[in-house]
Design a protein. Sequence first.
Length: 454
Amino acid sequence: MRDKLETTINKLSKSCDYLDIRVEESSLIHITVIDGKLHGLHRETSLGGALRACHRGGWGFVSFNDLNKLEAFGELAVQQAKLCGHGKTRLAPVEPIVTDYATELIDSPHNHSLDEKIALLFHYDELMKSCPLIVNRTTKYGDKKMRKYFVSSEGSFITQELCDLYLGATPVAIHNGYAQKGKVERGSSNDFSVVTNLDEKIVAASQLAVEISKAAEVKNGVYPVIMDPLLASLFVHEAFGHHCEADNYAEQPQLAKIMTLGKEVASSCLTVYDSGLDLGTRGFVAYDDEGVKAQKTCLVQKGRLHSRLHSRETAALLDEKPTGNGRAVSYRFEPLCRMRNTYIENGETSFSEMVSSIDEGLYLLGCQGGFSDEDFSLNSLYGYVIHQGKLQEKVKGATLFGNLWQSLKNIKAVGDDKQVFDGPGGCGKKDHPHLAVSFGAPHILIEGLNVTSQ
């Protein structure tokens, strides 16, 4: 494989400014059990690759499955680049890397049989079924083993052996016509055991779904809101993380003006990182899909914008350093600026101190999705009313929304209890499918959020 890739690179790189090749060998499995029946079983083994060529600032991209035609595909990518290029190729410099990396596995999912994985899902399904008023049950599992090759015209040759796995269990309760989900979600880049021994959590999630379905709805209003670590994680990812992806700035000039390094964008108690170094999380990457070594990047330091998330091209355009965020869903797609594990760093306030500081407010937990632009919207799973510094009755999930930049400055406290989350989902961008990411946060307190019942 190496000789073939290097021979192609050496021959074709003479006719363009830059060229790289990615090849991926992978095997994956997806299993879905719905209401006690095996609803889906998908197994796939694939071998494919992609060539990127850049010439005078124009890019050509070709994905392929036939390695015997590698040179012909490369010539096509170079031809595309030359048709598009009318300026100057600018890529932030990086040192060539030659290495062979293998993820250190604690418990490989490939040491466990298909029958064992299916039995695990049916076991979790039975646990959800045993809870009264649970009327629908869905359990999903997936794992993927990858060997990735990256070679560039600058001299890099990187091989990586990577793993990804996830499980999600979703019980649904109905009470008086109101449907309420519960959730248990786990994922990892190196440890199958994170999806086992979840019996107590799945039973608790089923019971919680029933309790929430019977709870009162939130009264619409403007409140100080404590977000639990999961909801705060979604907030930092959706409401802020995407704004740090530097390839967005070409399409949103106004965002580039807002996202000026050193500018105060949030409360001084907020510090945010994006890291590819957290082995075990689904956001872990040893090297990105441009051959850049993963690193930990501080995005916000004590309220001030510190860095952005870059590909090599965006780093050159903004005269900054690459951050290792050039990520592709697979060989079928070109790399974009994508998050990895994005999280709020611990602060100094305990959860009990946050609660006691609120006269009338809400404590909202869990997440059911959201979106963000200048304004954001997030959906919690459930919550509690806070009255005179104490948690009171449980309430159904609520939608909270506000202006992103004002809400970031309205963060009044950041907790000391950070958690990191890996679920079965991922992060989508443009027309590219979801890519595995992680996120984390402690509890955070934000004043002046608009809250409505779902």
